[in-house]
Design a protein around this ligand. Sequence first.
Ligand SMILES: NC(=O)c1ccc[n+]([C@@H]2O[C@H](COP(=O)([O-])OP(=O)(O)OC[C@H]3O[C@@H](n4cnc5c(N)ncnc54)[C@H](OP(=O)(O)O)[C@@H]3O)[C@@H](O)[C@H]2O)c1
Length: 263
Amino acid sequence: MRRPRSILITGASSGIGRALALAYAEPGNRLKLVGRDETRLAETVAALRAKGADVVPMRLDVRDREAMSVAIAAVDKDDPIDLVIANAGITTGLAPHQDIEAPEAVRALLATNLFGVLNTVEPLLEPMRARGTGQIAFIGSMAGLRGLPYSPAYCMSKAAVHAYADSLRGRLEPHGLTICLAIVGFVKTPLNDSITAMKPFEISDTAAAKIIKDGLAAGKATIAFPWLLYVAASLGRFLPARLYDRIMARIEANVPETNERVR
Ligand SMILES: NC(=O)c1ccc[n+]([C@@H]2O[C@H](COP(=O)([O-])OP(=O)(O)OC[C@H]3O[C@@H](n4cnc5c(N)ncnc54)[C@H](OP(=O)(O)O)[C@@H]3O)[C@@H](O)[C@H]2O)c1
């Protein structure tokens, strides 16, 4: 059973990241929290401190490679990170009347969901490898298992994260690191609330955080939940592609375009 003490979480000011931070908040645990929104981040910090955790707020944009690199190296030098959770993410997609995503929205999404993940993880790879220990968790999605017609760029970003996590696992676990990919279904958060669609087996952010925390403590390679959705989504990949497309086309979904833009 792993008991990380020094923990870095991105996207800790809302939803799953905030719930994870709360789940790890206890005396003796030292949490480093990345987010942009000052008020939400401050609220999370206060809630964690009330539970006895030591908290370092890191008001950072995960898209800012230089700032992330400098800040993460500094906190890691001061208190080596046992566990990093690359969680910060956004969504973008298509309304029923749209067929093509705006290129600006696609790039904004990739800047956060893909390059933001790299900016979180890369500064810790060499230090963790040198120490021969450290756990890296990626927050993926069922949407990364197979492209869906309502959110092409989001699916692309999560599929890339899945492939990256699996690749790192094979290469770095022999050096003492542990790499985990969480493949997450519908979780009630502001991100998920922005989407209008059927959301089978939706769970709360607190429930999701407990599943992820337990899976990380057990050192799992993959934490996929809810399992029934995971089985259905995984089996779906074996269907003929156009049959799968036809089934998905029958599902009504409205995934709003992100307001984020590459700076
Ligand atoms: N909810 C679901 O159903 C679901 C399902 C599968 C996977 N996921 C994944 O779970 C992760 C968390 O999503 P959530 O549902 O918890 O969403 P959320 O409630 O909207 O929280 C997203 C978090 O990411 C942070 N963030 C976004 N862009 C950022 C940036 N450029 N720099 C720093 N922080 C940034 C936000 O902080 P600021 O607002 O302060 O920037 C916020 O703390 C995402 O990777 C998402 O793709 C969610």
